[in-house]
Design a protein around this ligand. Structure first.
Ligand code: HEM
Length: 204
């Protein structure tokens, strides 16, 4: 049975290949990190790619595409996107966001830096630059998670007709979801700088 025929099969196949590569290269690891940290960050980055990848899809592809479809008189319209694509994309998007946040927090808890990261490195006498750097990203990620679950998802359900809503509620919901999604796109850029900066040095 070809695993590539199903999404689950493809993901499981990817994990199996990852394990084979770990076993195959076990002999000459350059950097030896405790396994738990590696697994948490691996899952964190996979979930982060899913979340931010779909955020960029919504902002750079779907929203402009639906606007073009709406203004294209006699054209095919956007019904196929809103019925078959958007609900599935929103599923992977919001659960990807939650898993990204939970794995990020789990990593910080695991290395004993959760409180200092959210205190932006100010719990120690001299500022803890690691906690400050990753803390900036953790706060941005927390605001972005709030936007996803409290502003974007409830309003997208109204917009896509998944819950009852008046025309006025839908119009208001469109504006709130649009601005929350754009804000997340803006915040994603310094967030990823802080994620990478925590380990490779800030650009400053
Ligand atoms: C959009 C959301 C996020 C994305 C795309 C993201 C992405 C990443 C990436 C790519 C790394 C690896 C950096 C590297 O090793 O060079 C990373 C590391 C990390 N992220 Fe995130 N992250 C996100 C949100 C969060 C949140 C909300 C938290 C905390 C609650 C968090 C905590 C961490 C931690 C602790 C690390 C490890 C840093 C280290 O290597 O010491 N991340 N993240």
């Amino acid at each position: 049975m070809n695993p590539l025929n199903t999404i689950v099969g493809t993901i499981v196949g990817g994990v199996v290949l990852a394990i084979i590569l770990i076993v195959a290269t076990m002999g000459n690891h350059i950097i030896v990190m405790p396994a738990a940290n590696s697994v948490i960050i691996w899952l964190h980055v996979l979930a982060g790619i899913t979340w931010i990848g779909l955020l960029y899809y919504f902002n750079f592809i779907q929203v402009p595409g639906l606007a073009k479809a709406a203004s294209d008189e006699g054209g095919p319209g956007g019904a196929g996107i809103t019925k078959y694509i958007a609900p599935n994309a929103l599923n992977w998007f919001r659960w990807g966001a939650l898993v990204t946040w939970l794995t990020g927090a789990a990593y910080l808890l695991h290395i004993g830096q959760l409180d200092d990261a959210f205190a932006l490195g100010m719990l120690t006498e001299t500022v803890n630059s690691y906690a400050l750097t990753i803390g900036i990203g953790a706060w941005l990620g927390t605001i972005m998670l709030f936007n996803v679950w409290v502003l974007i998802w409830p309003n997208q359900k109204k917009i896509l007709g998944m819950v009852e809503a008046t025309a006025e509620e839908i119009a208001k919901g469109k504006r709130i979801a649009f601005m929350a999604s754009r804000s997340n796109t803006l915040m994603s850029i310094p967030l990823v700088m802080s994620m990478v900066g925590s380990h490779h040095g800030f650009v400053m």
